[in-house]
Design a binder for this molecule. Structure first.
Ligand SMILES: NC(=O)c1ccc[n+]([C@@H]2O[C@H](COP(=O)([O-])OP(=O)(O)OC[C@H]3O[C@@H](n4cnc5c(N)ncnc54)[C@H](OP(=O)(O)O)[C@@H]3O)[C@@H](O)[C@H]2O)c1
Length: 306
């Protein structure tokens, strides 16, 4: 029987974050600690390859909300370490979701645009049929299904091309390469929607409300672009901020040129965010280029790009 959770100390939600050392988990932990009791659980404390141990930790912590940002995110490694990927990305989320249902906590589970096959030509809606091309995508889809089966209040948040200040991503590498005067090359025939971690933090707050419906939500910045556009926008923002960039243009390459990639990836996986935008009172996710600009200005302000 599902309990009704009374929330944390002084009405502040008590939020356990799994994967708190990662790019998204660290950003969420920082964003929510101002007005919530945050329990950051990194891989050392909560290893999802041992789901029952994680469940024990969650029960002891007795949070009102659990956010699962932990995952085996190396798409190619998932192809070769299939059993580990299945445990971490599929089995553990289901086990944790069942424990959350029992203690009356809402689970917000992070998933991916890689559940889609990439055959679409307009942004995927939340109810579009998934058809993963890779074992990573397949295990993430199985994780989503297990979470949803464990309780209707649980939320599955699909994000894509995640970037932010807590761990380097593709655009940080592009900026570093350009700063060093090395040519920057990026794929120009793969399209999706970049997702700024600080914008995810703002967008998922409405899900803390008891009455917010569960199910699938897409959370990414508005619009779609190629990896080349994404990297070029980062370089442009750095140039606009007065950073000396010896390399100012990103050269296009084809996805097929990346022969070291093992897993198949969707060529088109932009997503529309209608459900979360409705929960945000009709406010749109901000445009991806604006988010990239803000991020680069943050790097400059913090002296991390000079
Ligand atoms: N990055 C993207 O572009 C992208 C795109 C779509 C969806 N997503 C999803 O977004 C979520 C957050 O990813 P991210 O971008 O923040 O990537 P990330 O920086 O790789 O974060 C993943 C975190 O999970 C941890 N982890 C890996 N295996 C674990 C295990 N067995 N037990 C506990 N923790 C484990 C990692 O620990 P270590 O630090 O020790 O490796 C890392 O802290 C994931 O669900 C991912 O599938 C990401």
């Amino acid at each position: 029987m599902q309990q009704q959770h009374s929330g944390g100390e002084g009405g502040r939600p008590r939020i356990a974050i799994l994967g708190a050392g990662g790019r998204l988990g660290a950003a969420l932990a920082r964003a929510f600690k101002e007005d919530s009791q945050v329990l950051p659980l990194g891989r050392l404390q909560a290893d999802l390859s041992n789901p029952l141990h994680v469940v024990e930790l969650v029960r002891q912590a007795n949070p009102s909300i659990v956010i699962n940002c932990a995952a085996m995110t190396n798409v190619d490694a998932c192809e070769t370490e299939r059993s580990l990927a299945a445990t971490v990305n599929a089995e553990a989320p289901g086990t944790i979701a069942a424990a959350c249902t029992e203690i009356g906590a809402r689970l917000i589970h992070i998933s991916t645009d890689y559940v889609f096959s990439g055959e679409a030509s307009s942004p995927y809606a939340e109810d579009a049929a998934p058809r993963p091309l890779s074992w990573y995508g397949e295990t993430k889809l199985q994780g989503e299904l297990a979470v949803r089966a464990a309780g209707a209040r649980h939320g599955v948040l699909r994000v894509s091309w995640v970037f932010g200040p807590d761990r380097d991503s593709f655009i940080d590498k592009a900026l570093q390469t350009a700063r060093q005067g090395e040519p920057v090359k990026a794929v120009a025939d793969k399209i999706s929607s970049p997702t700024y971690t600080l914008d995810v933090a703002a967008a998922l707050r409405p899900l803390f409300a008891d009455q917010a419906p569960g199910g699938i939500y897409h959370v990414c910045n508005r619009g779609a672009c190629t990896w080349q556009d994404w990297a070029q926008a980062a370089l442009d923002a750095a140039i606009d901020a007065g950073i000396n960039m010896p390399i100012r243009n990103v050269e296009p390459i084809k996805l097929a040129d990346l022969t070291a990639m093992v897993a198949r990836r969707p060529v088109y996986s932009a997503m529309s965010c209608r459900r979360i935008e409705a929960l945000m009172g009709g406010q749109s996710m901000r445009a991806w280029r604006e988010a990239v600009g803000d991020y680069v200005r943050l790097l400059v302000a913090e002296g991390r790009l000079s």
